[in-house]
Write a protein that binds this ligand. Structure first.
Ligand code: TRP
Length: 334
């Protein structure tokens, strides 16, 4: 069976961008693949090294979001990155195979550095070795468990490309050791924020979180951008420029044609349309929220899931690293 490796940084709650970008795909795929989902606490520390509390608290929050979204602990191993020391070791070996210039060219890291002036200075002049190099440790996350498939959002593609380059170089020098992993994007690799921004993101305040209750969902949906040319409730409008319609499409339940034609004919007020959408999203998220509540009330189960998942990942990594050390001529006393 092929292996899936994927994960997220534990820095906050998961929102619909995460859900449609990759989570939904992972939930579907977990039944057909050997699935490992990492809580990337080491990577979260690369830009939160001064806030260990935040990372720690979010490890359980993220795990509960996964379980809420439908990651099934009987089919997937959820594990904590820092508890796999073999990954840290492999990161060191990989770091010889990547030039600093190549790391600077990674568009995702570059973009992130631009958003973190407070940490890395203007134009990233005080970027840390750890942050610049996190794609190398991500390559180790994937390869230390012999990952074949990596279901992620679009922003992760540059990291996957770097992983593949490292694998090719490693195999070239030390002999065939790793497979080149492949990214898998969902059918909606990136969903727009409620404000029409290309990305849903916490810092833009344009999110709906999968744990949000109805009142919050409604408040957020009410703030969504609609056709600016529609002034009065019965003005005809263009649904294609409306974020409410965009979200109706994502949560489709056979009423799209009706919504579209009513909107175009001026028979649909935005407030009513938004209320309908909020209800639709609420219905969709309710079972997730209920699962999450269950785990909030049973923290010992969450801990057990993480312990078991980590043990499974560690066993896999130990085997892979024996192979790596052998091929790198580091198997001294064997
Ligand atoms: N970079 C990913 C993110 O920001 C998290 C991550 C760490 C990851 N290691 C990974 C994703 C390995 C896929 C595979 O969300």
């Amino acid at each position: 069976m092929k292996t899936i490796i994927t994960g997220d940084r534990p820095t906050g709650r998961l929102h619909l961008g995460h859900y449609f970008g990759s989570l939904q795909n992972r939930v579907k795929m977990q039944y057909d693949y050997d699935t490992f989902i990492l809580v990337a606490d080491v990577q979260a520390l690369t830009d939160n090294y001064d806030n260990p509390e935040k990372v720690r608290n979010n490890v359980k929050e993220l795990t509960m979001d996964y379980l809420a979204a439908g990651i099934d602990p009987n089919h997937s191993h959820i594990y904590i990155q820092s508890l796999i020391p073999e990954v840290a070791e492999l990161t060191v070996y990989f770091s010889n195979l990547v030039s600093v210039a190549r790391l600077y060219r990674n568009p995702t890291t570059k973009h992130e550095v631009g958003q973190k002036e407070h940490l890395f200075g203007k134009d990233g002049e005080s970027i840390t070795y750890g942050f610049l190099g996190y794609p190398v440790s991500q390559a180790a996350d994937i390869t230390a468990l012999d990952g074949d498939i990596v279901p992620v959002g679009e922003d992760q593609l540059p990291h996957l490309e770097q992983t593949r380059e490292i694998v090719r170089k490693f195999n070239n020098i030390y002999g065939d050791t790793f497979k080149e992993p492949e990214a898998v994007l969902s059918s909606n690799p990136r969903i727009k924020g409620l404000d029409g921004n290309e990305k849903m993101s916490k810092s833009l305040g344009n999110c709906i979180y999968i744990s949000d209750e109805y009142d919050t969902i409604l408040k957020q949906v009410m703030s969504a951008t609609t056709d600016p040319n529609k002034i009065k409730k019965d003005d005809p409008a263009n649904p294609e420029v409306c974020m409410v319609y965009y979200y109706h499409k994502l949560f489709e339940n056979n009423d799209l044609d009706k919504i579209c034609s009513e909107c175009k004919k001026g028979e649909r007020g935005c407030v009513a349309c938004k209320k309908e959408l909020a209800q639709k999203i609420d219905d969709y998220l309710r079972p997730m929220r209920e699962r999450r509540k269950y785990y909030e009330q049973h923290p010992e189960e969450v801990e057990k899931i993480l312990k078991n998942g980590t043990e499974a990942a560690r066993n896999r990594a130990k085997e892979v690293m024996n192979r790596v050390r052998k091929n790198m001529k580091l198997d001294y006393f064997e």
